[in-house]
Design a protein around this ligand. Structure first.
Ligand code: 0X9
Ligand code: ZN
Length: 447
């Protein structure tokens, strides 16, 4: 009998073939899974990269330049308006900061040359700035266990800090639930002051997710107020005479998204559209809602939302202003960047009845800053200082009777834009604290 005729051999062959098939199948399943995994990692888990994206400052001087800029599609992946934040807000003879992805950059520069429009490369490689932004990270959290106010913190860290702060200063600070966000995260508020029934100063930080210096400022402001009470006479007066209601981080969902997925995210994370996510929380308030300076297009970075106060965090802020109507002397929304004190109105070319007072206080605050760090902050009504904004919080707060109502744009003026290095947090805190003394004094004497 030849070995090949052996019945067992036949079975062995069948068995081998089966094994091969099995191995092949397992391998292809593995490959398929690894692709899926990579896809998931890249698309869902990993942070979006901005290699060779550039921010250009454009200087439009003719109507042709203007329409060229306005024709640039406001697609978040290709063209991202930094300042002003929307193509429709661009004006002749006013500079425009825009981020372009590497894919379109060459073409854009060619067209700018054809158009004879002056431009300047403001940020040459955005990814590099993102990597360098956490420039104090070597010392992150390592300062003998105490909270480090000079680094940027995640949502979880900020939540923990709010709780710890309230526990550390039981006589001066109280934590309260403020809202549940669209993605069901907790938004908390800290009420600080010697008593809780003084005239109110309401402050929110972190309305726009990518403006990280804003929540960082709120935290160092609160820390200074609490730690210097009874030590610094100005702080003591501010804490004795006013009740401070502060939301250190309002747009929690967007903020979390800037840490995990897309550093350039601005809006909330509500989904009202198949393709585009998010509402501009500073276009969602009940003041000329969906009017000029806001977009009804869900893909726009200034989308006003499907209805007034559609965003839970906007609803909560509006509710608190309604609740304490008549008792709120001051309101500030902290944003970045541009170094500007903006007061109402932003939705119309119209002055408030106390415009002179608002201008005067801003001017004092700006000189206090200049004396502290030599930084120049400008000031003026929204319609004049930047561009029209409808549905913004400070116009609405003013309309609801808050006399001193501001949007403050923190550092810088565009060198780093939203990617302000951590090494500049401290200076920003120092200068803005001096401005806050001026604003608080006005609010105290106003009552
Ligand atoms: O557009 C906004 O909501 C604010 N600027 S930001 O770059 N932080 O997004 C400005 C609101 C203040 N109003 C006006 N400048 N008119
Ligand atoms: Zn902003």
């Amino acid at each position: 009998m030849k070995p090949t005729d052996h019945p067992i051999d036949k079975h062995q062959i069948y068995f081998c073939t089966f094994l091969h098939l099995l191995i092949l199948m397992t391998a292809s399943i593995q490959i398929a899974f690894s692709y899926l995994y990579t896809f998931l990692i890249a698309g869902v888990v990993a942070n979006k990269r901005f290699d060779k994206h550039q921010v250009l400052t454009l200087y439009p001087t003719t109507p042709e330049h203007l329409s060229f800029i306005q024709d640039l599609e406001n697609d978040n992946n290709i063209v991202d308006f930094w300042s002003p934040d929307d193509a429709t807000s661009v004006r002749i003879n006013e500079k425009v900061d825009v981020r372009f992805s590497s894919a379109v950059l060459g073409n854009i520069k060619m067209k700018l040359q054809e158009q004879k429009m002056d431009y300047e490369v403001k940020i040459a490689n955005l990814q590099q700035l993102i990597d360098e932004q956490l420039d104090l990270k070597q010392t992150r959290g390592s300062k003998n266990g105490s909270y480090d106010y000079n680094v940027y913190h995640t949502y979880d860290e900020i939540q923990q800090w709010i709780a710890d702060t309230a526990n550390q200063y039981p006589n001066l600070a109280r934590k309260s639930f403020f809202a549940t966000s669209t993605e069901r995260r907790n938004v908390d508020m800290l009420t600080i002051g010697k008593s809780t029934d003084k005239p109110i100063f309401l402050i929110d930080c972190g309305v726009h997710a990518r403006e990280w210096i804003s929540p960082a400022f709120c935290q160092c402001f609160i820390n200074r107020m609490l730690s210097q009470y009874g030590v610094d006479p100005q702080v003591t007066r501010m804490m004795d005479e006013m009740t401070w209601m502060i939301i250190p981080l309002l747009n929690v969902d967007g903020y979390e998204y800037t840490w995990a997925n897309d550093r350039m995210w601005r809006k909330t994370r509500s989904k009202y559209d198949t393709f585009c996510t998010g509402v501009d929380a500073n276009r969602n308030f009940d003041i000329n809602w969906s009017g000029e300076g806001a977009s009804t297009e869900p893909c726009s970075n200034t989308y006003c939302g499907p209805s007034v106060e559609s965003e839970p965090v906007v609803k909560a802020l509006s509710d608190i202003i309604r609740k304490y109507k008549g008792n709120i002397q001051g309101y500030i929304a902290f944003h970045s960047y541009s170094q500007v004190f903006v007061y109402p109105y932003s939705y119309a070319y119209e002055d408030t009845e106390n415009a002179a007072q608002l201008n005067d206080v801003s001017s004092r605050a700006a000189s206090a800053i200049q004396q502290t760090t030599s930084k120049i902050y400008t000031f003026g009504p929204g319609y004049e200082s930047m561009y029209l904004v409808s549905g913004g919080s400070k116009d609405w707060a003013y309309q609801m009777g808050v006399p001193l109502s501001y949007t403050i744009e923190l550092r810088d003026t565009g060198k780093y834009g939203f990617l302000l290095p951590e090494s500049q947090i401290d200076g920003t805190c120092q200068e803005m604290f001096q401005a806050m003394i001026m604003l608080a004094e006005e609010a105290i004497t106003n009552t």
